[in-house]
Design a protein around this ligand. Structure first.
Ligand code: NAP
Ligand code: GCO
Length: 265
C-alpha cells in the first residue's frame, strides 16, 4: 500500500515553485522520491528557490522560464528531457491574482491574469504530453482555487481563469485518460502565502484585517491553510495511488465549500 505513494524514479516539473505553495508541493514530491525540476520568472527568484531547496536538503534543478511564452516553455521542456529525463509529473502551480473591481479593470490586466493562470497551464501541459504519451503514463495536476467554484468582489479575471482551469483539467482527463495520463486539480482554500499576504495585514491599531477574520469565520477548520496542507494531496495525485482518479478537483479548503456560514448570534 505504502509503495503506491512512492515517486521513486519519477521526474516532476512544478511551475513557479521558488516559494509558497509550489515550493511546499515540490518538497513533498521530492521526499516521496521524485527528481524535482522547477521554473520561475527570473534568475533572482530561481536563485532564491535554489537556496531554499538546498537548505531543505532537496536536490533540484531550477530554470528561468515565463510559462506564458510557448517557445520558452518548449525549450525548457526539451532541456529538462536532455538534462534530467522525460517529465512524468507536471504541477501547473505558477499563478497570479489581481484584486481590482471589474468595472475599473483594464482588458489588458484581465488578459494578463488569463494568460498566466489559464493559457500557461495549457502551454506547459501541451509541451509535456508528447513525452508522457511515449512513456505510456503521466500525471498532470492543475492548481485551481475556491474561485473555480465561487465568486467574490474584485477577482473577476482570477475566477474566470480558475473556473476555466477546472474545465481544462476535465478536458485533459477526457482526452488523454485512455493513454494512462491522469489530470486532476487541487483547489486550495485560503492559504497563507505571499499571494494572500495583503488580505492578512494587520490594521494600523494592530487588530486583524477584516478579511482575515472573515476567512477564519468562513472556514469550518477556523484557520488559514498552510502550504504544507497541500503536500499530502499533491503526493497522492502524483502517485500510483490515484491511478483511477481522473478529472477530479480535490478541494483542500478546511471545509469552506461545504459550509453555509456561521449563523448570526
Ligand atoms: P505565490 O506565492 O504568488 O507564488 C506563485 C509563483 O508563481 C511565484 O513564484 C511567481 O513568481 C510564479 N509566477 C508568476 N507568474 C509566472 C510566470 N509567468 N512564469 C513563471 N512563474 C510565474 O502564490 P501561491 O499562493 O503560492 O499560489 C500558487 C498557486 O496556487 C497559484 O496558481 C495560485 O493561484 C494558487 N492558489 C493560491 C491560494 C492561496 O490562498 N495562496 C489559494 C488557491 C490557489 P513571482 O514571485 O515573480 O510572482
Ligand atoms: C482572494 C484570494 C483567493 C485565494 C485562493 C482561494 O483574493 O480571494 O487571493 O482567490 O488566493 O485562490 O482559493
Amino acid at each position: 500500500m505504502i509503495n503506491q505513494f512512492s515517486l521513486k524514479g519519477k521526474v516532476a516539473l512544478v511551475t513557479g515553485a521558488s516559494y509558497g505553495i509550489g515550493f511546499a508541493m515540490a518538497s513533498a514530491l521530492a521526499k516521496a522520491g521524485a527528481r524535482i525540476v522547477f521554473n520561475d520568472i527570473n534568475q533572482e527568484i530561481v536563485d532564491k528557490g535554489m537556496a531554499a531547496y538546498k537548505e531543505a536538503n532537496i536536490d533540484v534543478k531550477g530554470y528561468v522560464c515565463d510559462v506564458t511564452d510557448e517557445d520558452a516553455v518548449n525549450a525548457m521542456v526539451a532541456q529538462i528531457e536532455k538534462e534530467v529525463g522525460v517529465v512524468d509529473i507536471l504541477v501547473n502551480n505558477a499563478g497570479i491574482i489581481r484584486r481590482i473591481p471589474m468595472h475599473e479593470m483594464s482588458a489588458t490586466e484581465f488578459r494578463k491574469v488569463i494568460d498566466i493562470d489559464l493559457n500557461a497551464p495549457f502551454i506547459v501541459a501541451k509541451a509535456v504530453i508528447p513525452g508522457m504519451l511515449k512513456k505510456g503514463h503521466g500525471k498532470i495536476i492543475n492548481i485551481c482555487s475556491m474561485m473555480s467554484e465561487l465568486g467574490r468582489e474584485t477577482v473577476s479575471a482570477y475566477a474566470a481563469a480558475k473556473g476555466g482551469l477546472k474545465m481544462l483539467t476535465k478536458n485533459i482527463a477526457s482526452e488523454y485518460g485512455e493513454f494512462n495520463i491522469q489530470c486532476n486539480g487541487i483547489g486550495p482554500g485560503y492559504i497563507a502565502t505571499p499571494q494572500t499576504a495583503p488580505l492578512r495585514e494587520k490594521q494600523a491599531d494592530g487588530s486583524p484585517h477584516p478579511f482575515d477574520s472573515f476567512i477564519i469565520a468562513k472556514t469550518p477548520a477556523a484557520r488559514w491553510g498552510t502550504p504544507e496542507d497541500l503536500q499530502g494531496p499533491a503526493v497522492f495525485l502524483a502517485s500510483d495511488a490515484s491511478n483511477f482518479v481522473n478529472g477530479h478537483i480535490l478541494y483542500v479548503d478546511g471545509g469552506i465549500l461545504a459550509y453555509i456560514g456561521k449563523q448570526p448570534k
